[in-house]
Design a protein around this ligand. Structure first.
Ligand code: HEC
Ligand code: HEC
Length: 307
């Protein structure tokens, strides 16, 4: 009996310490997301390069380019951009060329590639000059060199004020749709304009097209250009926002009931991340473990009595 009690006691102490340790770790990991840095004239070359990487990865550039072994090849491999930059245009320095190729891509077209790159100052990237310079710093560091670009105060203040935009519209920029499609008079011209697409297509079909670009081919356009796998890359909630936005541009509604269910799921998710609920969960699990331990102790005692 005494031995059982000691066993149960040690077991409970062990479980409580594990919970305490985990409980201390969890909130620290979850509740301090990294603060997003801004590009400033004071940023060091290393900071510029690392922010440039973030910017490049979130501005739709990788729809056409790659900066690692895997990626897209509609445009040149960006790992070589800095190395080739000095030789692209006679009389133009590498840094100057990189800046021009991102801000005014149509001035010089790399041979063997089509003219399709949108300026990074417009959609979908909508970068400020300071952000473009950070991207150049990243490309320079990718090429193995030291970043030489200098961010000036005017590059920062010249940043376009980004007013509130419709979430669906912003997501079309984030996921690169507007690199190829024009919506509300902004965007590329590789694919059809989408401002009124929902007038002739049902919203559910637009969703289908995002998930499976082979679903149909818009008349007058080449098949196989719209990237496969976008549906997987874009979270379902964001896909819905995009379709709802395109539907609304033609006065249609999309997925009200489904959207309500979505927000239900969302708030459930945020409920679980609430600290009080987490603590409650820990206490509940602790109680269950205690009950199990008691049951075990009782069984042990019974067995002990029998023998
Ligand atoms: C819709 C496809 C597309 C998107 C999106 C795109 N590019 Fe390009 N990019 C190209 C193509 C095609 C070329 C080569 C033709 C040319 O010079 O315009 C190119 C050329 C370049 C070059 C010159 C490379 C060299 O070797 O000379 C750089 C640098 C570059 N892009 C950077 C970017 C950055 C940074 C972004 C994101 C802000 C971006 N691109 C977005 C298609 C794209
Ligand atoms: C690399 C270029 C490219 C990107 C990125 C791209 N598309 Fe497309 N898209 C096309 C082309 C080209 C067509 C026309 C050929 C076809 O239907 O496949 C097209 C067709 C469409 C159509 C059919 C239009 C019609 O009138 O039938 C829809 C809808 C569409 N795209 C939505 C999107 C959305 C939403 C995104 C972003 C999640 C996106 N596309 C990203 C190139 C692109």
């Amino acid at each position: 009996m005494k031995r059982t009690f000691v066993k149960v006691f040690l077991f409970v102490v062990g479980v409580v310490s594990i919970f305490a340790a985990v409980g201390r770790l969890v909130p620290q990991v979850e509740e301090h997301p990294p603060v997003k840095q801004a590009v400033t004239p004071q940023s060091t070359p290393e900071e510029l390069a690392s922010m440039g990487r973030e910017i490049l990865h979130s501005s739709g550039c990788l729809i056409c380019h790659k900066d690692s072994e895997t990626g897209n090849e509609r445009g040149p491999d960006l790992r070589q951009a800095a190395g080739k930059a000095a030789t692209r245009k006679p009389g133009m320095g590498a840094e100057e060329y990189l800046l021009e190729s991102i801000v005014q891509p149509d001035v010089f077209i790399v041979s063997g590639y089509p003219k399709m790159m949108p300026s990074a100052l417009g959609p979908p990237a909508n970068l400020s000059k300071a952000e473009v310079k950070a991207v150049v710093a990243y490309l320079q560091s990718l090429g193995g060199g030291e970043p030489t670009v200098k961010v000036l105060a005017e590059d920062v203040t010249a940043a376009k004020a980004k007013g509130p935009v419709n979430l669906g519209k912003a997501l079309m920029g984030k996921h690169g749709c507007t690199a190829c499609h024009k919506v509300e008079s902004e965007g590329g011209e590789i694919g059809p304009e989408l401002t009124k697409v929902a007038a002739s297509r049902e919203p559910a079909d637009i969703m289908k097209k995002i998930i499976d670009p082979k679903a149909w081919t818009a008349p007058g356009f080449e098949a196989g250009i719209m990237p496969e796998g976008m549906g997987d890359a874009i979270p379902e909630g964001e896909r819905r926002e995009i379709v709802a936005y395109l539907a609304k541009l033609s006065g249609k509604q999309y997925g009200d009931a489904a959207a309500a269910a979505d927000t239900g799921a969302d708030s459930a998710a945020s409920l679980w991340s609430h600290e009080g609920v987490r603590l409650g969960l820990v206490i509940a699990v602790f109680n269950v473990v205690m009950l199990l331990a008691l049951a075990m102790a009782r069984r042990d005692r019974k067995e002990g009595g029998e023998s």
